[in-house]
Design a protein around this ligand. Structure first.
Ligand code: DX5
Ligand code: ZN
Length: 278
């Protein structure tokens, strides 16, 4: 009998590989009892166990940012993420134009994608992110976040991200109000609120993000959108509980996780924060 994918004509397309990767992520999450992580990915916030009629409180999705990892030994940090309770891995791509810094590009993204067992949450801080949708999808990334301020035709870009088989996130700089999302909120899977000006790790948290989160939560609820709320920048032990209390579903954390003495314990402490119910 001919084995699957051994002959030329049966070689899987990039889309098939992506689909298999997504299935593998879901299977691994179920296997590790991270059912809530999977449901959160799908936009559900609470889960009722029909057998004992208990409502299981959802925990927060944690997405450590690789920007603060040890770049001379990325392998060890990716392995730490693999065995941690982190739900996703956040990867920051910068172009030195949209933001005043350059981080890493596709060679690093592709290498990490091969070694990382967690879904990738990729944050593009670049102009014209639409030029890189196909290339990003080919890495198997789960989520592509693009900046509202960098996209002239945001609706089209979101459609293209979905057509490439990824979840679509729209990111807002600290000075951009939530109200600009009114006409797109039902089309996106996630809104990423920047709680620092994008470009660098280890900056001070901008306090207005707490009120901004509450405004976004209201917009999501009133519009019937299923979008998750993610916050990025200055997320640490003091700000994280307040953000979750305000309605944040996904915490990105770079320096607080990677520079801590015990990154696994730090991730666990963020993971323990329980989601609020509407
Ligand atoms: C900054 C990046 C962040 C950064 C956050 O522009 O988008 O993801 O890594 O770093 P911390 O958590 O250290 O503020
Ligand atoms: Zn980021």
């Amino acid at each position: 009998m001919k084995h699957l994918f051994t002959s030329e004509e049966m070689r899987p397309s990039a889309k098939t590989i992506f689909f298999i990767k997504q299935l593998a992520y879901t299977y691994r999450a179920f296997k590790k009892n991270e059912l809530q992580g999977v449901l959160c990915q799908l936009g559900s916030r609470t889960l009722t166990n029909k057998k004992n009629r208990k409502t299981i409180k959802m925990k927060t999705i944690v997405s450590p940012s690789l920007l603060s990892a040890n770049f001379i030994d990325l392998k060890s940090d990716v392995e730490m993420i693999n065995k941690s309770e982190a739900d996703w891995l956040h990867m920051d791509i910068m172009d030195g134009v949209f933001v005043p810094n350059i981080s890493f590009g596709f060679p690093v993204l592709e290498a990490v994608a091969k070694a990382c067992t967690k879904p990738l949450d990729v944050h593009f801080m670049i102009l014209h992110p639409e030029q890189y949708i196909e290339q990003t999808a080919k890495t198997g990334a789960m989520m592509m976040n693009v900046h509202y301020e960098a996209c002239t035709h945001l609706h089209r870009t979101i459609q293209q991200i979905h057509a490439a088989g990824m979840k679509a996130g729209v990111t807002l700089n600290p000075s951009t109000p939530v109200s600009v999302l009114e006409d797109i909120i039902c089309d996106v899977d996630m809104v990423l609120l920047m709680s620092v000006n994008p470009g660098f790790g280890g900056q001070k948290f901008i306090e207005n993000t707490i009120q901004k989160t509450a405004r976004l939560r209201k917009l999501i609820k009133e519009s019937g959108s299923q979008a998750l709320i993610e916050v990025d920048g200055g997320v640490q032990g003091e700000t994280a509980p307040r953000l979750v209390k305000a309605g944040v579903n996904v915490l990105v954390s770079g320096s607080y996780v990677f520079k801590s003495k015990d990154p696994l314990a730090t991730i666990h402490s963020l993971k323990e924060l329980e989601q609020i119910e509407d």
